[in-house]
Ligand binder design. Structure first.
Ligand code: NAD
Ligand code: MG
Length: 385
């Protein structure tokens, strides 16, 4: 009998997706049954040849047609678009869906996978930010696990191992501070795409790297933590820790703080999510306490990095406001990466969209997608206005 754990990956050509495949390669007892990606047909072809999934998806029909021709000699079905993502999310063979896709496009496939009884190894934080109120109760109802892949949330998850949730006093969510830590707001005005893409400790996809520089990423992670661990916002404290050695911590009611430390490498949280509760061997550099020159902590500067302040505002408002925060950010970061807006306009656009939004409490998926559309259009109109 085939006892390999069967996994499907949404976003296989990205930073998390390729590192997930490295973990698969290193372990040898995971079976990749499906892969989905946006437009990188060349890398997708290589991945199919190496991992032999039975199903593969590209976002556009054109890319899927291209892929079909390239892999015509193999027994793989090629699909495309949202229907393709949904087919992969719900396919019978898979046991775990790795959501390594970027953005709130992940909402519908994630919900469909949970309804189909798949465990979720969740990297796609935007989905939880917008639809955590739908996803977490649904996962509980369907008896599936949501296993965090985000390094901070994996650290919290590891620090919670065996401890009851009602003994948590607070969560200490660490942040590197990004490439612009210590800068004044006036200095941020002139920052270009290449400046913002220089992350000090982590190599990640472009969108999350920009989000790390604005601290919007940390804001999204506060909301992600709230949903994953069911803790109130006032018990989640962001701690800037530039060395990225402590990946986050939990403080308990008796004052004990339990943390997870390690060198920054996403393969550890990915592997932990895929094998939980097992802890598998992994190579790579170890933290050497004697080599650590210093380990420091700061409060986040929310007057300069207003992205974090806006995130708390969205999280406190709840309802559809986190969707507007996230959607406006996705759109604005896309425009910044295209060099159509300046760096500070990213958070200005988020704030303007939030100011204009009439909040809807407990939004349905359709209402979430409508709020997303509203934010996109507001930014589009502003840009041309
Ligand atoms: P990335 O840009 O490197 O990769 C994104 C992947 O999604 C690519 O494979 C891309 O082809 C695919 N994709 C994008 N749009 C698609 C679509 N419409 N249909 C199908 N596939 C699509 O991004 P990343 O850095 O790997 O981040 C992925 C997610 O993981 C994000 O939500 C991010 O916040 C989260 N995350 C990433 C890191 C990291 O170290 N990179 C750490 C923590 C959390
Ligand atoms: Mg993170």
């Amino acid at each position: 009998m085939d006892t390999k754990k069967k996994i499907a990956i949404l976003g296989s050509t990205g930073s998390i997706g390729t590192q997930t495949l490295e973990v698969v390669r290193a372990n040898g007892d995971l079976d990749v049954v499906a892969l989905a990606a946006g437009s990188n047909v060349e890398l997708m072809e290589q991945q199919i040849r190496e991992f032999r999934p039975s199903l593969a998806a590209m976002w556009s029909e054109e890319a899927a047609e291209d892929l079909k021709v390239r892999v015509a000699d193999l027994a793989v079905k090629v699909v495309w678009g949202m229907d393709g993502l949904l087919e992969i999310a719900t396919m019978k063979e898979s046991e775990v869906l790795v959501t390594a896709i970027v953005g709130m496009i992940g909402i519908r496939p994630t919900i469909a996978a949970i309804e189909a009884g798949k465990d979720i190894a969740l990297a796609n934080k935007e989905t939880l930010v917008c639809a955590g109120h739908i996803i977490m109760p649904l996962a509980a109802k369907c008896g599936v696990s949501i296993l965090p892949v985000d390094s901070e949330h994996s650290a919290i998850f590891q620090s919670l191992n065996g401890e009851p949730k009602d003994k948590i006093e607070k969560i200490l969510l660490t942040a590197s501070g990004g490439p612009f830590r210590g800068k004044a707001r006036a200095e941020l005005a002139g920052m270009r795409v290449e400046d913002a893409l220089k992350h000090p400790n982590w190599s990640m996809g472009r969108k999350i790297t920009i989000d790390s520089s604005t601290l919007v990423n940390k804001g999204l992670e506060v909301m992600e933590a709230k949903w994953l661990f069911d803790v109130d916002l006032d018990r989640i404290q962001v701690v800037v820790h530039p060395q990225s050695i402590i990946h986050s911590a939990v403080q308990y009611v008796d004052g004990a703080i339990i943390a997870q430390l390690g060198t920054p490498d996403m393969k550890l949280p990915i592997q932990y999510a895929l094998y939980y509760p097992d802890r598998r061997p992994m190579g790579g550099k170890r933290v050497d306490f004697f080599e650590l020159a210093q380990i420091t902590f700061e409060k986040p500067d929310t007057d300069t990095f207003v992205g974090l302040k806006l995130a708390y505002r969205a999280a406190t408002a709840g309802g559809s406001m986190p969707t507007v925060f996230n959607a406006a950010n996705e759109k604005a970061v896309g425009l910044f990466l295209n060099r159509e807006i300046s760096y500070l306009q990213i958070t200005e656009l988020i704030e303007a969209c939030m100011d204009a939004h009439k909040n809807i409490s407990d939004p349905s998926v359709d209402e979430i997608l409508a709020a997303e559309q509203e934010a996109y259009e507001a930014i589009q109109n502003r840009k041309h206005g």
